[in-house]
Design a protein around this ligand. Structure first.
Ligand SMILES: N[C@@H](CCC(=O)N[C@@H](CS)C(=O)NCC(=O)O)C(=O)O
Length: 218
């Protein structure tokens, strides 16, 4: 078996996949791709992923990109039946709903806030406000349940925890939302201290320092 994970340290979706790989004890060879030096646009990488994005997984020659499709594939292949991605139809549908909500709404709103600075544009403060509104909606959900999809930690919690901690690091603060804060502490305590530090907080803070400096100088 040969499993390679192409990733970038500061990329939030790459970090989500690396967390799941670590949580499940999957033996994957991690290969850093430098977006800053344009490695992702080189023919070698384009031949693997013509959409030139990280994370990209290659499983015995089968290439897959999009972090949420990668993590669901990894659980189904290496840890079928694990409560982190339930198999019961409706329980799985709820987890999938949160993953799609993150992709289509929450993370994309955050990306719309700071993404333009990587393309020569400026941050869009109204997107930061919209992001906070979305997290406030999440806060009301988390008033009723321990995790996003009920009583068990799932890949949706890990994915959305990475989104929200990335937001905090780039200066979009939602710490006044007490249920979200309590849930984040719960997710932190479910992961190992090294996972939280190395794959959640430290890289988010490095990205945050870069983004905040760019915004301040624009
Ligand atoms: N929706 C994708 C987003 C992937 C993505 O946009 N990755 C960025 C880094 S965070 C990237 O590779 N950008 C370079 C490019 O798309 O050319 C996912 O969740 O995997």
């Amino acid at each position: 078996m040969s499993l390679q994970l192409y990733h970038t340290t500061f990329s939030p979706p790459s970090r989500v996949v690396r967390i799941i790989v670590k949580q499940l004890g999957i033996n994957a060879e991690e290969k850093e791709v430098s977006l800053l030096t344009g490695e992702h646009m080189k023919p070698e990488f384009l031949s693997i992923n013509p959409f030139h994005c990280v994370p990209t997984l290659v499983d015995d020659g089968f290439a897959l990109w999009e972090s949420r499709s990668i993590i669901t594939y990894l659980v189904d292949k290496f840890a079928p039946g694990n409560s982190i991605y339930p198999t019961e139809l409706q329980a799985r549908a709820v987890v999938n709903r949160w993953l799609f909500w993150d992709a289509g709404t929450l993370f994309s709103t955050l990306g719309a806030y700071f993404g333009p600075i990587f393309r020569g544009g400026s941050a869009q403060p109204e997107m930061a406000e919209l992001f906070k509104k979305k997290v406030a909606e999440l806060d009301s959900i988390l008033e009723k349940t321990k995790y996003l999809a009920g009583d068990e930690l799932t890949i949706a919690d890990i994915t959305i925890a990475v989104t929200i901690t990335t937001a905090t690091a780039v200066g979009v603060d939602t710490s006044e939302l007490k249920n979200v804060e309590k849930w984040l502490q719960q997710v932190e305590s479910d992961l190992s201290a090294s996972t939280w530090k190395d794959l959640v907080i430290d890289p988010a803070n490095s990205l945050g320092t870069f983004v905040k400096a760019k915004i301040a100088s624009s």
